[in-house]
Design a protein around this ligand. Structure first.
Ligand SMILES: [Zn+2]
Ligand SMILES: [Zn+2]
Length: 269
């Protein structure tokens, strides 16, 4: 993960109410801070900026924001979608990107070539992660969203996945803090919960758009006994899914239903 500085030179001739806030090129002026947040929002929805905190400073004649990005070249032109291009077109050379450096504590991201090396993907996140919630089945590292096809043809953004991640993290954070724990664990762990149902639909649509299997992780916190946990069957097809050797932290994997899970955390040593 890297930190980028995204700076916007203040509008030299800000339009006023008299001009209906339209500048000489016919672009609506929201104010320099909001124009800067506008382009960052578009980059975020395209997976090019990760995280949702963008501290800002005002310096000389500029408004400068700091944002996290997955790779040194995350902001390259080749990854822009139509919304990013439109905002860039509006802001012109008033906008500049500078990569400040790499976070020494962060992990790398997947560099595999799609479909040739990645046999499958995994939709997976935790309340701590700001990285992409899609892990590569080959190298196990997160795959930046801008490297993946959009889930739905009608959209040129990765909002479905980004919103899924935020929803998942809300449940995960609340259950970690023991707030509405039962409800959150049910939403994350029960195959028939409203959240799991919509997550599995997203999983299926991602598999279609990416052309490779996409697995989904079912959270499991409490179990009755270690024995009953070890004998647990796939909650979707009822088949055997216990792995002889765990894959990462996962003890269960069903290749019919594309599900992963673990022996209940409270029973694991
Ligand atoms: Zn990979
Ligand atoms: Zn199954």
């Amino acid at each position: 993960m890297y930190t980028a500085q995204i700076s916007l030179t203040k509008h030299p001739n800000p339009p006023t109410e008299e001009d209906d806030f339209l500048d000489e090129n016919g672009h609506y002026w929201y104010g320099d801070e909001d124009d800067l947040l506008g382009i960052i929002g578009c980059l975020h929805n395209n997976g090019q900026v990760i995280g949702t905190e963008y501290p800002m400073i005002e310096q000389d004649n500029k408004i400068i924001a700091f944002a996290n990005i997955a790779e040194e070249n995350s902001l390259d032109k080749k990854y822009h979608n139509k919304y990013v291009k439109k905002e860039l077109d509006k802001l012109g050379d008033r906008l500049a990107f500078t990569i400040l450096g790499k976070d020494p504590a962060s992990s790398d991201v997947c560099q595999c070539k799609n479909n040739q090396q990645r046999q499958f993907l995994l939709l997976y996140t935790t309340f701590l992660s700001i990285e992409s919630p899609i892990d590569c089945g080959n190298c196990e590292l997160p795959v930046p969203l801008y490297k993946l096809p959009k889930v739905y043809d009608y959209s040129d953004e990765h909002l479905d996945i980004i919103c899924w991640q935020k929803d998942y993290q809300s449940y995960d954070r609340l259950q970690m803090h023991c707030v509405t724990e039962d409800f959150c664990l049910q939403q994350l762990g029960d195959i028939n919960s409203e959240f799991t149902t919509s997550s599995l639909e997203l999983r299926q649509n991602m598999a279609k758009s990416c052309g490779i299997p996409v697995y989904y992780y079912l959270y499991k916190h409490y179990g009755e006994s270690l024995e009953s946990e070890q004998q647990r069957k796939c909650p979707s097809c009822g088949g055997d899914w216990k792995l002889e050797t765990p894959y990462r932290n996962f003890d269960f994997k069903c290749d019919n239903c594309y599900l992963l899970s673990n022996i209940a955390f409270d029973l694991k040593d």
